[in-house]
Structure formats: structure tokens, C-alpha cells
Design a protein around this ligand. Structure first.
Ligand SMILES: O=P(O)(O)OC[C@H]1O[C@@H](O)[C@H](O)[C@@H](O)[C@@H]1O
Length: 305
């Protein structure tokens, strides 16, 4: 099924291929989210161009991620990281974004949607995901509140009888007029791991802002600071707040990688910067039985002053 997000309407809550799209519309703004992956596809405050980027056309395919939007990366990030070392797990960024999440009907309003993914409903082979934690059980709840601001919160509870650990990220593709003129401000002085180089060497953010160009930028910052993504083309600032996020992942694939993104046409990569609330690698979340952890990201838009 090929679909242009610009045509999503309230009537289109039931789509083909067994995928439900939920539309939130209120005076503050509107959003579209898919039950497949609990994947936010669109959010804009009233009167604003989209703040969440997706390729102009995209489709649902079982077992494949939906392009752009806000993938929920869980229970691992990238190829995974266990006991101090990178692993090579598949699918990349975990299986949560490739599963149908259960809608909490009672929590679905014009401004809010809540989804649940419970390990009890997953198939053998997905749980456990870490060989030496064979009895891991979890309950994940994901709530999206969308009006003139957007707040996304992932709460994971260890429902098993043994300790569990996981990685998570809210992988927000933020729409900018042109990434080549965008500036991400708020990370000066932070250490980051540079994922574009072998071994992820640690570096220091010396410049006042992160800038983007034809070359990829792929970094795991050790920072939970509030950030501003300045967009001189659309004349606005996207403000990003996070909680429970010891790291911030910043990514744009640059020209070569960007033009290889599934479903995206040549040059579409210039329309986003991914800024992700994250707990990954050496900041993996460890939960005792019964414990919960909350990872949250909130986004608002201001005029560029
Ligand atoms: O799986 P997606 O949505 O295409 O995102 C992939 C990218 O996700 C980013 O979070 C990583 O930092 C990149 O290294 C990776 O390439």
C-alpha cells in the first residue's frame, strides 16, 4: 500500500494491510500515528508545516520499518550493545517498531493516544533477546500527547522475576527546510561518540552548534540538555526537551546515505535531522523485578527570533 501522508484524514483510521492509523486533531495541532510500531508519522501545531519528517511516499510492509516519523527503538538500539560491547542483532533498532502495538481504547482522545506492547504477546525467539537473561518479561507503554506541543513517553516495566536490561530511543526525524542551513544548539561542551568512524571514538563538541552537510553526522552525545534546532529556511526553531535520556543521538546521513533511504527520493534527506532521546550503549537501562523506567521527549515550535 502506497500512501502519501498529506492525504491522511480522520476517516482513514482503518487502513488496508491490517494497519490502523489514528488521527489526533484539536485546536493546538494534529498528529497521525500507526498501530504498526506505535509509529508517529505526522505532527504539526495548527498553522505550521509538518514538524515530523517522512519521505513523501511510503508504505507499510510487515517486518520492515516505516520510513521517517518517530520509530520507537526498543529493546536495543542500532545493532545492540551488551556487557560493554557492540553486538550484531537484527532487526536494527529492535523489534518494537516492527510489531503491532495494542491500542488502549480508553486512553484514545483527540489529543492523546496510548499503546501497549507486552512480552506475553510476543513470539518465542523475540523474548528473551539477551541470551543470558532467559526469563525476561516486560510491559511497555507508549503515550503520545499531541496539541501545540508533542510529548512522547515510553515506560518499560520489568514484569518478570529476574533483572532485565534494555536500550531504547525515541528516534525523531525532525523536518527542516534544508539541513544544510540547520543548526542544532545546546550541545557545546558535551562529549560524543562519533559513529561515522571505526570504534566510535569519543570527541568533544567545541562548536556552539552542530551543523550538517553532504557528509554524514552520526553521534551519541552524553547530554540530556534541552536543545534548539534552528531552521533558517522555515523561519522557526524546534525546541526539544527530554527526560530519562542520558544521551542524545544526532543523525543525518548526508548525501550518499540519504539518497539510499528506502522510499525517499533524491534530495529528500535534506529535509530532516534526527534528534533522539536515548539510553543506549554504556547507558543501558537496568531494571530489578517490578521496576519501571520512563524515557520521554517533548517538542515545541517557536518563531526564529
Ligand atoms: O533505521 P532508520 O530509521 O533508517 O535509522 C537508521 C539510523 O538511526 C540512527 O539512530 C543511527 O544513529 C544511525 O546510525 C542509523 O543509520
Amino acid at each position: 500500500m502506497v500512501k502519501n501522508i498529506a492525504y491522511a484524514t480522520e476517516e482513514e483510521t482503518l487502513m488496508g494491510n491490517g494497519v490502523n492509523l489514528r488521527t489526533l486533531t484539536n485546536d493546538g495541532g494534529s498528529a497521525v500515528i500507526s498501530d504498526y510500531g506505535a509509529h508517529l508519522l505526522r505532527w504539526a501545531p495548527a498553522g505550521q508545516p509538518d514538524v515530523i519528517w517522512t519521505p513523501r511516499t511510503w508504505h507499510f510492509e510487515a517486518g520492515q520499518p516505516v520510513g521517517g516519523g518517530v520509530p520507537v527503538c526498543f529493546p536495543w538500539f542500532g545493532p545492540g550493545f551488551v556487557h560493554g560491547g557492540q553486538t550484531a542483532k537484527r532487526p536494527i533498532h529492535g523489534f518494537a517498531r516492527l510489531r503491532q502495538w495494542a491500542l488502549d481504547e480508553g486512553a484514545f482522545t483527540s489529543a492523546r493516544v496510548r499503546y501497549v506492547l507486552d512480552s506475553e504477546r510476543l513470539t518465542t525467539g523475540e523474548v528473551p533477546w539477551i541470551e543470558d537473561e532467559p526469563n525476561v518479561r516486560f510491559h511497555a507503554a507508549y503515550e503520545v500527547c499531541a496539541s501545540d506541543t508533542l510529548t512522547m513517553t515510553l515506560t518499560v516495566t520489568n514484569t518478570g522475576g529476574e533483572p532485565m536490561s534494555y536500550e531504547a530511543a525515541l528516534h525523531s526525524y525532525l523536518h527542516v527546510g534544508d539541513v544544510l542551513g540547520a543548526r542544532l544548539v545546546g550541545l557545546r561542551g558535551a562529549t560524543y561518540l562519533d559513529a561515522t568512524e571505526a570504534g566510535f571514538p569519543p570527541k568533544l563538541q567545541e562548536q556552539p552548534s552542530v551543523m550538517f552537510g553532504d557528509q554524514p553526522v552520526d553521534r551519541v552525545y552524553y547530554s540530556d540538555a534541552a536543545l534548539e534546532l534552528q531552521d533558517h529556511v522555515l523561519g522557526r526553531v524546534i525546541r526539544i526537551g527530554k527526560t530519562g535520556s542520558p544521551q542524545t543521538v544526532v543523525w543525518n546521513p548526508g548525501e550518499q546515505g540519504g539518497n539510499a533511504i528506502a522510499h525517499a527520493k533524491t534530495g529528500e534527506w535534506r529535509g530532516f535531522v534526527a534528534v533522539e532521546a536515548a539510553a543506549c550503549r554504556d547507558r543501558i537501562v537496568a531494571l530489578s523485578p517490578g521496576e519501571s523506567y520512563m524515557l520521554s521527549q517533548s517538542i515545541a515550535v517557536m518563531p526564529l527570533g
